[in-house]
Design a protein around this ligand. Structure first.
Ligand SMILES: [Fe+2]
Length: 346
């Protein structure tokens, strides 16, 4: 529970009044009558309704198993799950990032080995208590008007160079950014991370509230580069094929600026419905759901049986450029937040 207490320390500001939102059922009347509990699953979802709803409906149609979904922030739901402990109604916890899953892994059941069979190692949790459902990568987005591919440096560490002064944006409050900083701490140490953060700040890196705002700022000419997640640009480009932004991995293989993170799912050990819950997990890992993740939301599939969206960098490129990182190590957000506060980014 050590990891959970870290999480509570982080997110303790959320009150349970906020966390305990009304449960959302899919479609009026979709709940099973009492007496058939084995055929109804309760899913805690930190992923958004527009993504989850079509998947849940398809699962219900194919299996006859009902799924009631409680939506919330990934961190909030991790706290709720921990507060509820063995009394939790949750049969599944679908999270936006590996850190949240790591923080509650003590409460999750070990998953059967077959669940991991098609997953590349890069997506595997060592503890086998949750499984990645889709991947996303950190990238450098840049203005196609004011920069070109040759301006993308070898490493995210190079962005403290004077040639980038005042030209780069970041989103310090964003969870993906913080996971990236955690990865930097894990792979490069506290001091190197502190120095980079201070160097970036002193290089007049511009803070924005989130990743969407970063992309908008490049489009509006406020900044020329942004460190962000790979799928935002593709969403902009879907609406405006001429959106004047491109993106790239940093040039050096294994650079922490090219971090992969995952969304993933686990089954609370207290759930009495493991068989049905595992069917849902396997449904997310099967081809139709994986095609949906990459086709509709521009994430990477976690199985090589499904081709990534053609608009994404190829998965072999991702494997080539992403750093080696133990996804279980990303749970240590508390020290990352402390460091971000220390350097006055939060
Ligand atoms: Fe995001």
């Amino acid at each position: 529970m050590r990891s959970f207490s870290r999480y509570v320390a982080l997110f303790g500001a959320f009150t349970l009044a906020v966390i305990v939102t009304p449960q959302t059922a899919f479609g009026a009347g979709s709940r099973e009558p009492a007496g058939q509990p084995a055929q109804t699953l309760t899913l805690y979802s930190g992923r958004g309704e527009s993504l989850v709803d079509p998947i849940v409906r398809r699962f219900e149609d194919e299996t006859g198993i009902r799924v009631n979904v409680r939506y919330g922030g990934t961190a909030e739901l991790a706290v709720l799950l921990s507060e509820e402990g063995s009394r939790s109604p949750a049969d599944l916890f679908w999270a936006q990032d590996a850190g949240a899953l790591g923080a509650v892994s003590d409460l999750l059941a070990e998953l059967p080995e077959r669940v991991f069979a098609a997953l590349p190692d890069i997506y595997r949790s060592r503890a086998a208590r949750w499984v990645a459902t889709s991947g996303r990568a950190r990238v450098l987005a840049y203005s196609t008007d004011r920069a070109d591919p040759g301006d993308v440096p070898a490493s995210v560490f190079d962005l403290t160079d004077r040639r980038y002064a005042g030209r780069v944006g970041w989103a310090p409050t964003n969870g993906s950014f913080q996971a990236f900083v955690t990865a930097m701490r894990v792979n490069h140490g506290e001091q190197a991370t502190r120095s980079w953060l201070i160097g970036m700040r002193e290089n007049d890196t511009v803070a924005y509230r989130n990743n969407t705002a970063l992309l908008e700022a490049i489009g509006a000419g406020e900044i020329d580069f942004a460190i962000t997640n790979n799928y935002y640009l593709l969403r902009f480009a879907a609406n405006d094929p001429n959106f004047p932004v491109a993106q790239s991995f940093f040039g050096a293989r294994g650079d922490v600026g090219n971090l992969i993170n995952v969304a993933g799912i686990g089954i609370p050990a207290a759930s009495g419905k493991h068989d049905a819950a595992i069917r849902f997990v396997e449904f997310l890992l099967a081809e139709p759901a994986q095609v949906f993740f990459t086709g509709e939301v521009y994430e990477y599939p976690v199985t090589d049986r499904v081709e990534p969206n053609a608009l994404l960098e190829s998965f072999s490129t991702v494997l080539e450029f992403s750093p080696e990182i133990d996804l279980d190590s990303l749970e240590d957000l508390e020290a990352t937040l402390a460091l971000l506060r220390e350097v006055e980014l939060l």
